[in-house]
Design a binder for this molecule. Sequence first.
Ligand code: FEC
Length: 309
Amino acid sequence: NGNKIGVLVMSYGTPESMDDVEAYYTHIRRGHAPTPEQLAELTDRYEAIVGGVFPLRENTNSQVAGLQDKLETMAPGQYVCYQGLKHARPYIEDGVEAMAKDGIKQAVAIVLAPHYSTMSIGSYMKRAQAKADELGIELATVESYHLHPKLISAFTDRVKNGLKKLSVSSGGEAPVRVLFSAHSLPEKIRELGDPYEKQLMETSAAVAEAAEVKDWQFTWQSAGRTREPWLGPDILETMAALGEEGVKAILVAPVGFVSDHLEVLYDLDIEAKAEAAKLGMTLERIAMLNKDPLYMETLAESVVAALKV
Ligand code: FEC
């Protein structure tokens, strides 16, 4: 593989088993172990979604394989993908080391998340770059791809399908509010001039326009359990406000995420759905991208473009 271009495909990472949840949570908390209550709460959430299976691992594996296939079609024999995870094995550094072992000299790094924040993509890239520098690999980076036309098109199809599904489940009577959402971050990102919020608004507006949705808004979800203030309003607060407004049907479009995992399967499908039932609303969520060919093409084209600049 030495003459090929390495592609470091990075994703959040998930525990390997229920026994691994504590180590995973400790890694997310930068080495600080969670309290027994915090650990129990996270374990319960994993158990609630699929009873001890971790869908993000399988989904990341299949996205990396899908990207490899797409690159192979676009440029036969030129690219080879390596996986690097933020909070689980194989870690980002392991991925870069695997490239070095194969003799890779030139690589591109991309994250399975479309929007740039210093606290998200920025921190993945910092770790990848440090290891690449140490091992003498020249690394180009894809910082974001939140307005790639194929990404917008993939989300647009899903919003259209979601609206159809919702009109069936709510009897087609109630006006629907589309809620675009993404993982919240600590409010301090605003002081850093972080593009995260702007990029999320741009993706949401582009999808709303393409899907011809007029009645939409953006909301945050999945804020961390720390004492500092996080960006709001949270989806549960937004839903309460919509209840007061008389909204009866909601379609959630979590455009900050690209696959089925805890923050979607629990925070939206279990927690937000239960809240909707309490408020007398119908709530549906768009299907996630997972291995969607348009998403695979978004990634492949972004990788190839990163080498041209
Ligand atoms: O399915 C899974 O096993 C993993 C689902 C998962 C994804 C994900 C994506 C993002 N996070 C982002 C930021 C933060 C910040 C903190 C934080 C904490 C957690 C915890 C769990 C967790 N995150 Fe996550 N995140 C996922 C899971 N995340 C579990 C720990 C418990 C909790 O607080 O809920 C706070 C860390 C701290 O304490 O300092 C910040 C961002 C994304 C989207 C971009 C990306 O995928 O990288 C941003 C998936």
